[in-house]
Write a protein that binds this ligand. Structure first.
Ligand SMILES: NC(=O)c1ccc[n+]([C@@H]2O[C@H](COP(=O)([O-])OP(=O)(O)OC[C@H]3O[C@@H](n4cnc5c(N)ncnc54)[C@H](OP(=O)(O)O)[C@@H]3O)[C@@H](O)[C@H]2O)c1
Length: 324
C-alpha cells in the first residue's frame, strides 16, 4: 500500500510517498482502508519533532480518518469487516491503510460522507468540550473566538451560535472573517489591522466579553484577558502562533475571572462517558444539518505535504482533508 512517510524530522517538503507492506490487526485494533484523513495542527508539529508524542521512524502523519474496516483484531466486539468508521488514530492516516484502536474507532452514521467524518471528531470534540464543560457558556453570553477561521476556531464559532451565545470572531484577514460571519458570527475583528482591546470595548459597550476561546496564544492573550467581563472565563486551547504567553495573575483577580485549561484528548480518556455524550450531540447536530464543516480544500495522497504547508502558512479556512 502507498503511504506518505516521515523518515526524519523536517518540513512537509521532506515527506516522501512510498510503498509499504499491508497492515494486519492486532488484539483490540482494526485495520481501516482510509478514504479520507483530516489535516490537524498536531500533524505539522509531529513531522518536525515538536509534538509531545514522537512515533518511531518511518511514520505517516494524519491522526483522524474515515474509511472501511478491512481486518478486525481479537477482542473487538463493536466493529466488523466492511463497516464504515471514523477513528482517532493519532498518526498513520496519510496512507491507504491505518491501524485504529477499537476504543477510538466508531461506526459512521448512515448517510455521512467520508470527508465530513474525517473532519469531525477533533475540532468539534475540542470546541464543544471547551465551551460546554470548561467555560459553561450560557445562552446570551458573549464569546470571543481567536483564530476563528482555523479548525477548532470555526468549530467554536458554529457551536457557540447553536448554544445561543453572541459570537465575536477574530482572525487575520477579511476573507477569513467573511466565512466566520457565514457560520454565524455576529461581529468580527481583523487583528492584523484593528486594535483588539479597543474594538472589544466598542462591541461590548465597555462591559467586556464573558468567554474568550484562544487557540492562538502569543501577543493576543493578554489584551483578551484584559477585555474580560466580570467573572469572565479565558479558555487556554492552544498556541498556534508559537509562543506561550506569560499572564500577570492580578488580571484574574481584578475581574473575578477564571483562566481555564482545555485538554480534549485527556478529557476523552478520563471522562469517556461525558465525551461520548458530547460526541452524540455533535453527530445529531450534523445529521440534522445544524452543523456543517467548512472544507477549505481536499488533497490527494501525493499532495498531502501541500496540505500541511497550507496549514502552517495560515491559508486553511476550516478544514483541509486528504482523500484517497
Ligand atoms: N487543547 C486542546 O485539547 C486542543 C485540541 C485541538 C487543537 N488544539 C490546539 O489549537 C491550536 C489550533 O489548532 P487548529 O487545528 O485549529 O489549527 P489551524 O486550523 O491551523 O488554526 C490555527 C489558527 O491560528 C492562527 N495563527 C496565528 N498565528 C499562527 C501561526 N504562526 N501558525 C499557524 N496558525 C496561526 C491562524 O489564524 P489567523 O491567520 O486568523 O491568525 C490559524 O487559522 C493548535 O495549537 C492546536 O494544537 C488544542
Amino acid at each position: 500500500m502507498k503511504a506518505i512517510l516521515c523518515k526524519q524530522f523536517g518540513p512537509p517538503e521532506s515527506l516522501v510517498l512510498d510503498e509499504i507492506p499491508s497492515l494486519k490487526a492486532s488484539a483490540d485494533h482494526v485495520v481501516i482502508r482510509v478514504k479520507a484523513c483530516g489535516v490537524n495542527f498536531p500533524d505539522t508539529l509531529m513531522i518536525e519533532g515538536k509534538y509531545q508524542f514522537k512515533p518511531p521512524f518511518p511514520f505517516s502523519p494524519g491522526g483522524e480518518v474515515a474509511g472501511v474496516v478491512t481486518d478486525v483484531g481479537e477482542g473487538v466486539r463493536h466493529l466488523n469487516v466492511g463497516d464504515n468508521v471514523f477513528s482517532l488514530t493519532g498518526h498513520g492516516g496519510f496512507a491507504e491503510e491505518v491501524i485504529g484502536k477499537a476504543a477510538t474507532t466508531l461506526p459512521m452514521p448512515a448517510g455521512m460522507d467520508y470527508v465530513t467524518a474525517a473532519s469531525t471528531m477533533y475540532t468539534y470534540g475540542t470546541s464543544y468540550h471547551a465551551l460546554k464543560d470548561r467555560a459553561a457558556l450560557q445562552p446570551g453570553e458573549t464569546l470571543l473566538v481567536l483564530g476563528a477561521a482555523g479548525g477548532v476556531g470555526l468549530a467554536a464559532v458554529q457551536l457557540a451560535v447553536l448554544m445561543g451565545a453572541r459570537v465575536i470572531a477574530a482572525a487575520s484577514n477579511d476573507e477569513k472573517l467573511a466565512i466566520c460571519r457565514q457560520m454565524g458570527a455576529s461581529e468580527t475583528i481583523n487583528y492584523s489591522t484593528e486594535d483588539l482591546r479597543e474594538r472589544l470595548r466598542e462591541l461590548t459597550n465597555g462591559n467586556g466579553v464573558d468567554v474568550v476561546y484562544d487557540p492562538v496564544g502569543d501577543q493576543y492573550a493578554e489584551p483578551c484577558i484584559r477585555s474580560l467581563a466580570w467573572k469572565g472565563r479565558y479558555l487556554v486551547v492552544g498556541f498556534a502562533a508559537g509562543s506561550i504567553p506569560n499572564i500577570p495573575l492580578n488580571l484574574a483577580l481584578l475581574k473575578g475571572a477564571s483562566i481555564v485549561g482545555v485538554f480534549w484528548g485527556a478529557f476523552a480518556q478520563r471522562e469517556p462517558r461525558v465525551s461520548m455524550a458530547n460526541f452524540q450531540q455533535i453527530l445529531t447536530w450534523i445529521e440534522t444539518g445544524q452543523l456543517r464543516q467548512h472544507i477549505y480544500r481536499t488533497y490527494s495522497l501525493p499532495e498531502a505535504p501541500q496540505a500541511l504547508r497550507a496549514l502552517m502558512n495560515r491559508q486553511v479556512i476550516g478544514k483541509a482533508v486528504v482523500v484517497m
